[in-house]
Design a protein around this ligand. Structure first.
Ligand code: AMP
Ligand code: MG
Length: 475
């Protein structure tokens, strides 16, 4: 028996009782199946010994999709770039199954690139191999950086030539498996509201709470508490993206998970430098989802979610829930940025003036100098020595800055960094070094890194650099 097909599946969405949430679909008939990547880490989370799962098992389950049904294209709507679109739903994927993992949580196994569904809107239902490679890398990188994210479980090349406006075509095709807690989106609720199915909103909410917010189940106030907690989770997630220097690029409400986790990595990019206006999607002309707009846009999405939820939650409770957003975002962002500087402090409101000053100066320096965002922190991690605490001139002493104004900024930054080190006892210096290394990976997949890996796959079918990159990401 294929160990993947023998996993502990729990048809949770199907238990919702009728077919209001999905359409049963079939997988496309692909000319070939070549396993290009498998995520053994995730197998372990599901209690499987990777040695007991062969590549052929992966292809049977996640290339040919034999042995499980129904395959469910999920129904949802969403606000896309600010406009409501009732023509959405899984257009190139389906929910393959839901599995209870060793951590006790239920996870969705979803597909991307498995062929057309009733929601394809004229699209081919396919995923390019490059798109699959990019999503695998994004998820592993974000996971390494402590962001609550989906993971990819496998990538199978499927032997077709696809035509795309944003890749030299024909380009190779693939099918990817994505694992995350839930594929229920803000847009799943928006659809019920749009269709006038208020009767189902409370029911879906009960399901979401029971499965994904079980600590709230049974509380009379559970709906209001759910929304308040979702707000907190989303604010936390955006703060994690911002500190990681990540620009998601397509923050439509159909890409917002009801669990507050990050998923669906299309035209994403890690910022090369701290540029607030950095925009990752070439089609995002107005910069709606620019790097520094992410917090505002996700808050807007949470506000839009109030429309379906207002049928079961009072407007006062919804407002009160959303009120917590800015504070949580600011607190988590500051905490994470301080950790990138080596300081493992919980940044409560009204916290240390010096820490705030250092953060402000760090951001000013990164912004005005346009030095590499990830390189700066990676270098800090490599070069840090406890002696920096006793001699200011040792701090990043091999940095060369020609521009006078930037030099002044750097000196000011260095001064504050020195003071911050001295605000801690000498015995803490070791933990500063550890924190720097933990929070600042030496390898970050900015675009040229991904492109160079892709070039080798594209031109020589050489997967070595891709696998090496994943090794480096995982550390
Ligand atoms: P995304 O921007 O990737 O979240 O996709 C938005 C919507 O477009 C979803 O309903 C997708 O399933 C659908 N979609 C994206 N690409 C394709 C494609 N190649 N074929 C069919 N549907 C697609
Ligand atoms: Mg999507």
């Amino acid at each position: 028996m294929n160990p993947i097909l023998a996993l502990n599946y729990e048809p949770s969405i199907e238990y919702l009782g009728n077919d209001d949430y999905y359409d049963v679909v079939a997988v496309a008939d692909f000319p070939s199946h070549e396993l290009r990547w498998r995520n053994d880490d995730v197998l372990v989370q599901f209690g499987l010994d990777p040695k007991s799962v062969s590549d052929a098992d992966f292809i049977e389950a996640f290339g040919k999709f034999q042995g499980r049904e129904p395959l469910m294209a999920l129904r949802y709507h969403g606000y896309q770039f600010g406009h409501y679109n009732p023509q959405l739903g899984d257009g190139r994927g389906f929910l393959f199954g839901q599995v209870r993992a060793l951590d006790g949580k239920l996870y969705d196994l979803g597909t991307k690139g498995t062929g057309p569904t009733p929601y394809s809107r004229g699209g081919d239902g396919r995923l390019t191999l490059k798109g699959g490679v990019r999503e695998v890398l994004a998820a592993e990188m974000l996971h390494r950086m402590g962001v609550k994210t989906s993971r990819c479980l496998s990538l199978v090349e499927t032997g077709e030539g696809l035509y795309r406006g944003d890749e030299p075509s024909p380009t190779r095709s693939s099918v990817m498996i994505r694992v995350q807690e839930s594929h229920i989106r803000f847009g799943t609720f928006e659809r019920l509201d749009f269709l006038g199915r208020r009767d189902l909103i409370g029911r879906l909410l009960d399901h979401v709470i029971e499965v994904y917010y079980p600590h709230l189940a049974g509380d009379a106030d559970r709906y209001a508490m759910f929304y308040a907690e979702l707000v907190q989770r989303v604010a936390t997630l955006v703060a994690q993206w911002m500190a990681a220097g990540f620009c998601h690029a397509v923050l439509n409400t159909d890409n917002m998970a009801i669990t507050g986790e990050s998923f669906d990595y299309g035209p994403f990019a890690f910022i090369p430098t701290l540029d607030p206006s950095f925009t990752a999607a070439y089609f995002d002309n107005g910069g709606r989802y620019a790097y520094s707009n992410q917090a505002t846009m996700c808050k807007w999405n949470l506000q839009m979610l109030q429309s379906p939820l207002k049928h079961v939650i009072s407007s006062g409770d919804l407002e009160a829930g959303l009120e917590g957003y800015d504070e949580q975002y600011g607190r988590v962002y500051r905490t994470l940025m301080l950790a990138k500087l080596g300081f493992d402090l919980d940044f409560e409101a009204g916290d240390d003036v010096l820490a705030r000053e250092l953060l402000k100066k760090t951001i000013e320096f990164l912004h005005n100098s346009q030095v590499g965002y990830h390189e700066f922190f990676a270098q800090l991690a490599i070069e840090f020595r406890p002696e920096w605490r006793s001699d200011l001139s040792l701090i990043l002493d091999n940095v060369e800055i020609v521009d006078v104004e930037i030099r002044v900024l750097f000196e000011q930054w260095r001064d504050l960094y020195f003071k911050m080190l001295n605000a801690l006892p000498e015995s803490d210096m070791e933990s500063v070094g550890k924190c720097l290394n933990k929070c600042n990976p030496q390898t970050v997949i900015v675009r040229p890194v991904i492109e160079s890996v892709w070039e080798r796959i594209d031109q020589e079918n050489d997967w070595g650099p891709f696998n090496e990159l994943l090794q480096m990401i995982r550390g």
